[in-house]
Ligand binder design. Structure first.
Ligand SMILES: [Zn+2]
Ligand SMILES: [Zn+2]
Length: 375
C-alpha cells in the first residue's frame, strides 16, 4: 500500500510485552525495550504467531537455537518464529515496504556474506548465530539466533518479508512459512513435478502443507501416509489423491499398488520415523528422490546399499531457503490450497504457555496453534 507523504514511523511505544526463556520450559512475560530497525530492516508489530514443533524443542532443550554462541537459556531471549504483522517503522534507506503494510515473515535472514547465503541457501548460513561480539557477522534467524515473535514487536530484515493480501486472515498468514518449508523440500529435489507421483510421509503441519503445494504444482497422484485418520482427512481436503493409514496397510505395498508397481518419483519425508528413509526408498522407482524435512531423535539405520543400487537421491533441507516462502505465499494468495484447515486453536499473548501446552500434548487434536498478539 503506498501512502502519500509517507510517515517514517507510526507511534511506537518505548517498551513492549515479551515472553522470555529462563531455565528449560520456563517462560516469563516481561517488559522489554522495543527493538529498533537498522539499515535493510523494519520494525514489525506482531499481530499473530503460530507455535511450531521447533519452538517446543528450543524451549525444552535449547538447540537449534544459538544465542551468544551457546544455549538460549537465561539470556533474555524471546522464542517464536512463525509470525506475521504490520510494518510500523522503517530502518534507514528502506523503500521496499511502507508503514502499515501487512507482512508475513520467514525465519532466516542469514548473514548475507557467506558462500551459502550468496547461493540463496541462507537457512544453511555458515555464520549461523554469529551476531554478537567482535566477530559479529549480522546473522539473523528470528526465534533461533535473535529475538523472535512471542512479543508485541520484532525487527525483520526486508528480505524475510512477504506482503499479505487483504483477504488473508492473520491466522492464515502465520502458516505461509510452513508452506514455504514444504515448497523448499520439493524445490531442492529439483523436479518439474507436474504429472509425477509424490508421496508425503507424515501429516504434521509441514507434511500437510506439502500436500497442498505438491498438488498446486501439478503432481499426480499425491499420496499421503500417516497414523491419524483425522489428519489424513485434512490431507484429502488439501488435495491428496490417496491417503494411507500405515496402521492398516503397509505403505510401501500401498504405493506400489497405487502406482501399478512402478513406484513414486519423489518422497517428501516429514514423519521423522526411524525407518522412514528405508520405507521411502522402497516406495520409489529407480532414480527416485527423497527429501528429508524431519528427523528421528536417535541415529537411524539406513540400507545404503539399496540406495546405491537403485540410484536413489537423498536430500535434506533446513527450513525454508531460496525464497520458497514467497512462492508458497503466492499459491496461498491465489487460494490454490486452504492452509486454514491446519489451524485448530487460538490463544491471546497472555496465554502463550497454554498455547505451547496444546501444541506439545496435541490437546483436542491440535495441529497448528496460533497466538493472536494484536486484537
Ligand atoms: Zn517452524
Ligand atoms: Zn551466511
Amino acid at each position: 500500500m503506498a501512502t502519500a507523504g509517507l510517515a517514517k514511523s507510526l507511534t511506537v511505544p518505548a517498551s513492549m510485552k515479551a515472553w522470555v526463556l529462563g531455565n528449560p520450559d520456563e517462560l516469563t512475560l516481561v517488559d522489554k525495550p522495543v527493538p529498533q530497525p537498522a539499515a535493510a530492516e523494519v520494525l514489525v508489530r506482531i499481530d499473530a504467531i503460530a507455535v511450531c514443533a521447533t519452538d517446543l524443542e528450543i524451549i525444552h532443550s535449547g538447540p537449534p537455537a544459538l544465542i551468544q554462541g551457546g544455549d538460549p537459556f537465561n539470556k533474555n531471549f524471546t522464542p517464536g518464529h512463525e509470525y506475521m504483522g504490520t510494518v510500523v517503522k522503517l530502518g534507514p534507506g528502506v523503500d521496499e515496504f511502507d508503514i502499515g503494510d501487512r507482512v508475513t515473515v520467514e525465519i532466516h535472514a542469514g548473514c548475507g556474506r557467506c558462500e551459502r547465503c550468496r547461493e540463496g541457501m541462507y537457512t544453511a548460513c555458515t555464520n549461523y548465530g554469529m551476531n554478537y561480539g567482535d566477530r559479529n557477522k549480522g546473522h539473523r534467524a528470528n526465534g533461533f539466533t535473535t529475538d523472535g515473535g512471542f512479543a508485541q514487536f520484532a525487527v525483520n530484515n526486508i528480505n524475510t518479508m512477504v506482503h499479505v493480501p487483504d483477504d488473508m486472515s492473520d491466522e492464515e498468514a502465520t502458516l505461509v512459512v510452513t508452506a514455504g518449508t514444504a515448497m523448499y523440500g520439493l524445490d531442492v529435489m529439483g523436479g518439474l513435478i507436474a504429472g509425477q507421483t509424490v508421496v508425503i510421509m507424515g501429516p504434521g503441519p509441514i507434511g500437510l502443507m506439502g500436500v497442498g503445494v505438491a498438488k498446486a504444482l501439478g503432481a499426480q497422484p499425491v499420496i499421503l501416509t500417516g497414523t491419524r485418520d483425522n489428519r489424513l482427512d485434512i490431507g484429502k481436503q488439501l488435495g491428496a489423491d490417496h491417503v494411507i493409514n500405515v496402521r492398516n496397510e503397509d505403505p510401501v505395498e500401498a504405493v506400489k499398488r497405487i502406482t501399478r508397481g512402478k513406484g513414486a518419483h519423489y518422497v517428501l519425508e516429514c514423519s521423522g520415523a526411524p525407518n522412514a528413509v528405508n520405507e521411502a526408498a522402497h516406495m520409489l522407482n529407480r532414480g527416485g528422490r527423497i527429501c528429508l524435512a524431519a528427523f528421528p531423535h536417535e541415529p537411524a539405520l539406513v540400507d545404503v546399499a539399496y540406495l546405491v543400487r537403485n540410484n536413489i537421491y537423498l536430500f535434506g533441507i533446513r527450513g525454508e531457503g531460496k525464497s520458497a516462502t514467497h512462492r508458497a505465499a503466492a499459491f496461498m494468495a491465489q487460494k490454490r490450497f486452504d492452509a486454514k484447515l491446519i489451524h485448530t486453536h487460538t490463544f491471546p499473548l497472555a496465554e502463550v504457555p497454554t498455547a505451547i501446552k496444546y501444541a506439545r500434548e496435541r490437546i483436542d487434536d491440535a495441529i497448528k496453534v496460533v497466538v493472536k498478539v494484536h486484537q
